[in-house]
Design a protein around this ligand. Structure first.
Ligand code: ADP
Ligand code: ADP
Length: 232
């Protein structure tokens, strides 16, 4: 089933002067897809992610999440949906430095209505899921970059979202630590998670099941890679 559906969705920042940052496009991202989006700086990648993540409302078109039309919903409803259905992963991990890995993950559920004890149990499960079951009590400063990003991914997953939106998830990591993060994203994809990953890195883009490109606000699909039939 479609997780994200854009029907003529576009966004022009009002200015002045107006900036047509994301040009109107139809797009369906189906559950279980691993979509990568590459494009130069200023091409509209963040704008796309903010629309898909219900942070910014588009100025044109209709935007559906899990089949639900989110167009015109009040900010509070958008925030509620975002909290329940979408996990975000950023380039800079945004962990609280003086809280343990477990607390960083558990704190994501503070406003979810989940009781404290249950929050801790779920946070532990999420950390086990990302391969950090042995590091739950570690402070972020004692973790490697790759481990910190995996804590951030655990935090994004702990609310059981239907969609994970990642903005340059390996942008601050060297090749070796980036690899543990990419292997984890591969794993999540195998388990059925829907992933959208923004990246500058062609090697990262190649790991997805579907590669999109964006240039000057225009989102395109250069070639439907994995689904293409082999030449006879
Ligand atoms: P990317 O993430 O690919 O670097 P962005 O989505 O951040 O690109 O930006 C796309 C375009 O929109 C750029 O020309 C940028 O300058 C412009 N832009 C981004 N945010 C705003 C804003 N709040 N107001 C006006 N223009 C903006
Ligand atoms: P950069 O690419 O400069 O490192 P990030 O990818 O960390 O920036 O963040 C991208 C955008 O997302 C920023 O505008 C930031 O304010 C916002 N952001 C970062 N962390 C969070 C968060 N935990 N929740 C909501 N928005 C965030």
């Amino acid at each position: 089933a479609p997780v994200i559906e854009f029907r003529g969705v576009g966004l022009t920042y009002p200015g002045p002067p107006p900036v047509p940052a994301f040009l109107p496009v139809d797009l369906v991202i189906t559950g279980g897809e691993y979509v990568t989006i590459t494009g130069p700086s200023g091409s509209g990648k963040s704008t796309f992610l903010n629309i898909a993540g219900l942070i910014d409302a588009p100025t044109e078109g209709r935007c559906l999440l899990d089949g639900m039309d989110t167009t015109g919903l009040p900010d509070s409803d958008r925030a509620g949906l975002r909290g329940r259905r979408i996990g975000f992963v950023f380039q800079s991990f945004h962990l609280l430095p003086h809280r343990s890995a477990l607390d960083n993950v558990a704190l994501a559920m503070v406003y979810s209505g989940v009781p404290r004890r249950e929050r801790a149990a779920r946070a532990r499960d999420a950390l086990v899921r990302v391969g950090l079951g042995h590091r739950v009590d570690a402070m972020p400063t004692r973790l490697s970059g790759g481990e910190r990003q995996r804590v951030a991914i655990a935090r994004a997953l702990v609310g059981r979202p239907s969609l994970l939106l990642c903005d340059e998830p390996t942008g601050n990591l060297d090749t070796a630590t980036a690899d543990s993060v990419l292997a984890l994203l591969d794993d999540l994809h195998k388990d059925g998670m829907t992933l959208v990953v923004i990246t500058h890195d062609a090697a990262v883009a190649a790991r997805g099941s579907r590669a999109l490109a964006i240039r000057d606000g225009r989102l395109t699909e250069p070639r439907p890679a994995r689904d293409a039939r082999p030449a006879p």
